[in-house]
Design a protein around this ligand. Structure first.
Ligand SMILES: Cc1cc2nc3c(=O)[nH]c(=O)nc-3n(C[C@H](O)[C@H](O)[C@H](O)COP(=O)(O)O)c2cc1C
Length: 336
């Protein structure tokens, strides 16, 4: 019997499967069904920086306009809780999940600039989140802003959020850094407890008739997993950060690969949007069966078994892999 229990972000999970940030837990009964099917933890959908700033500005405009109309009554309008007003339904739902579910519930914030919205990290912790996932979804458009400046800004956000809460903070990353390991090391120094690799980018397509951008949310496929495996294999053992994967986990064997490369937790969304709680149950069974067949008694034994740290010269391995892959083109079993 394989023991699937694991530690992630200082939390004890019954198994490594985490329902990733999405609408999957927007209804309590759905969240309960995922836990019943074996989810080790769940992440709520994100609160977005833009949404929070827009709410703050709207409230400020309301206050200003009222002050103009009725100056002597303005003190009645000062609401010290203004910033949490719009977030409240999400926070209330978070609290309900945290009180009801028997697994850790993570809150999620999505933002890229240091600012007052980081106050919401504190609110999320106050409403029962066991940990906070901070999504650094940042698309560079300003040519005068260097990669180093963007990274610095992101590190300031992480430090501010870590400072605002007394729960672990895990950072959901994009793959687009010149050096993911160097940035992750700096996240560690900024106080993060873990990282999640990697965000998917939902790039709009162009409609050639209307010349307008079209947004389609395309769910992932397992083809997106290898890039994440590669990152996990590099990051494993570099520091004591908890590692989670998101993007392309569709089966129990996908999860096995992520754990072998170093993942502590395995998040899934697209596969669960398609297959629901039953698919999660099947993934858990498949992971346990794979580990059992290959002689692993628990996740600790399997974690990182195929990480780059287990090879004497990681850089050489990278180059050899690259070179041998290119030379394999045209071989009988290569894809044409
Ligand atoms: C409908 C939908 C909503 C999502 N909402 C969020 C969100 O609120 N915050 C977030 O960080 N990621 C969000 N994501 C991204 C997922 O958490 C996940 O990182 C991504 O889908 C890749 O994992 P997958 O291949 O298992 O789908 C969303 C994804 C989908 C499909």
């Amino acid at each position: 019997m394989v023991d699937l229990a694991c530690d992630w972000l200082g939390l004890r999970l019954a198994n490594p499967f985490v329902v990733g940030a999405s609408p999957l837990c927007d209804r309590l009964e759905d969240a309960e069904a995922f836990v019943e099917a074996g989810a080790g933890a769940v992440v709520m959908h994100s609160l977005f920086e833009e949404q929070l700033i827009a709410d703050q500005l709207a409230t400020q405009r309301l206050l200003d306009s009222t002050i103009d109309i009725n100056a002597e009554a303005s003190s009645f309008m000062v609401d010290t809780d203004v910033f949490s007003q719009s977030a409240n339904p999400t926070l209330q739902h978070l609290q309900r999940l945290a009180e009801t579910l028997e697994v850790p519930v993570l809150g999620s914030l999505n933002g890229v600039s240091p600012g007052g919205w980081t106050y919401h990290a504190h609110e999320i912790a106050q409403h029962g989140a066991a940990a906070l996932e901070l999504n650094l979804y940042d698309v560079a458009t300003d040519p005068s802003l260097t990669g180093a400046a963007i990274e610095q800004r992101q590190l300031q956000v992480v430090a501010a959020v870590v400072d605002a809460v007394d729960i672990p903070v895990s950072v959901k990353l994009s793959p687009f850094y010149a050096s993911v390991p160097a940035f992750v090391a700096r996240l560690h120094d900024a106080g993060a407890s873990g990282v999640v690799v990697f965000n998917r980018f939902y790039q709009p397509d162009l409609d050639l008739e209307t010349l307008d951008y079209e947004r389609h949310l395309v769910l992932s496929s397992p083809a997106e997993l290898p890039m994440r495996l590669h990152a996990l294999a590099i990051l494993h053992g570099q520091n004591d950060l908890s590692l989670a994967v998101t993007g392309g986990v569709h089966s129990g064997t996908d999860a096995a690969k992520a754990i072998l490369c170093g993942a502590h937790a395995v998040q899934s969304v697209s596969a669960l949007l398609r297959g629901g709680p039953e698919h999660l149950r099947a993934m858990t069974t498949e992971l346990a069966a794979w580990l059992d067949e290959h002689g692993y008694r628990n996740l600790e034994e399997a974690r990182g078994a195929t990480s780059v740290g287990n090879c004497a010269n990681p850089h050489e391995l990278e180059r050899l892999n690259y070179a041998s892959l290119l030379h394999s083109w045209g071989a009988p079993d290569s894809t044409r």
